[in-house]
Design a protein around this ligand. Structure first.
Ligand code: IPE
Ligand code: IPE
Ligand code: MG
Length: 268
């Protein structure tokens, strides 16, 4: 009984803490797009004496919580790095388990996505995914296509260099066919030639698990993104961790090459 009471009060105090944290977020200065490198699943499992896939399975709850928290706050886009092109180099059984998890999770989350008015989308070389994964993805994207509160992008078989290469090919085709001149190639056109032309550059990129690199994620789009590195392993990542990253982001001065004085004067 005492244990039950303790657990209850723990949950309550956690909820209070969350409430306080969320209250310190400036709702008028939210990032439009948050990108997340969900890292540390394997270590999380290994710390528990389990197989790596146990960590991937437990990472799903973090995805749910993060998506829900972002939507509740009014974030318009989140992009989750779910499987990189480089991840094909992992042991085959882990790759298979990850693909199976994708199929099962995408299918089981359609209802929740719809209940929360979230639209599922994807970036990456989707043609390189198995027909089963693609079919499941297409179905979920179709069934959530009308949702308007937030776009949840999954980066699947994704690599930033691949995406830039792909964009270059699209542009080269247009030049070759005479529909585009060299003078018309500019940064705006390159941005619009990326996988999701309407996806704004992320203002904030979060990476979990204490690794300090971006691992070929959104290379073009993160040119001026604020980076937040969390020591938490992805399966431990919860709503308050997202709040913490956003609060940290809101305390930064985004100078875009200008001086601090210029930024302050502009505000004043
Ligand atoms: C991230 O966790 C998930 C994917 C890359 C699919 P990891 O599997 O990379 O976990 P660690 O980094 O080995 O702990
Ligand atoms: C990056 O994580 C890819 C995803 C989160 C899907 P990794 O764990 O694969 O990255 P590296 O290889 O350690 O940089
Ligand atoms: Mg990793």
């Amino acid at each position: 009984m005492a244990l039950v009471v303790n657990l209850k009060s723990l949950n309550l105090s956690e909820m209070m803490e969350n409430k306080n944290l969320i209250d310190t977020i400036d709702k008028t200065k939210l990032p439009k797009h948050i990108a997340i490198i969900m890292d540390g699943n394997g270590r999380w499992a290994q710390q528990r004496g389990e197989q790596r896939v146990f960590g991937h399975n437990n990472g799903v709850q973090s995805v749910r919580e993060t998506a829900e928290a972002a939507a509740e706050l009014g974030i318009k886009f989140i992009t989750l790095y779910a499987f990189s092109t480089e991840n094909w180099n992992r042991p085959q059984d882990e790759v298979d388990a990850l693909m199976q998890l994708l199929v099962v999770t995408i299918n089981s989350e359609i209802k929740t996505l719809n209940d929360n008015n979230i639209r599922l989308r994807a970036i990456g070389n989707l043609k390189g995914l198995s027909p089963q994964v693609r079919a499941e993805l297409e179905e979920a994207m179709g069934e959530t296509a009308e949702n308007t509160r937030m776009d949840l992008f999954l980066a699947l078989n994704y690599s930033g260099r691949w995406e830039i290469t792909d964009a270059m090919k699209k542009i080269a085709e247009q030049v070759k066919s005479g529909n585009l001149t060299l003078d018309q190639i500019n940064e705006k056109l390159i941005s619009e030639s990326m996988n999701a032309p309407d996806l704004p550059d992320p203002e904030l990129l979060i990476r979990t698990s204490g690794e300090y690199r971006t691992s070929n994620f959104l290379m073009w789009q993160t040119a001026y993104t604020e980076l937040f590195f969390s020591p938490k392993l992805w399966p431990d990542f919860r709503k308050e961790d997202l709040y913490e990253a956003i609060i940290d982001f809101q305390h930064r001065e985004r100078r875009f090459g200008k001086t601090s004085e210029q930024i302050i004067n502009c505000k004043g």
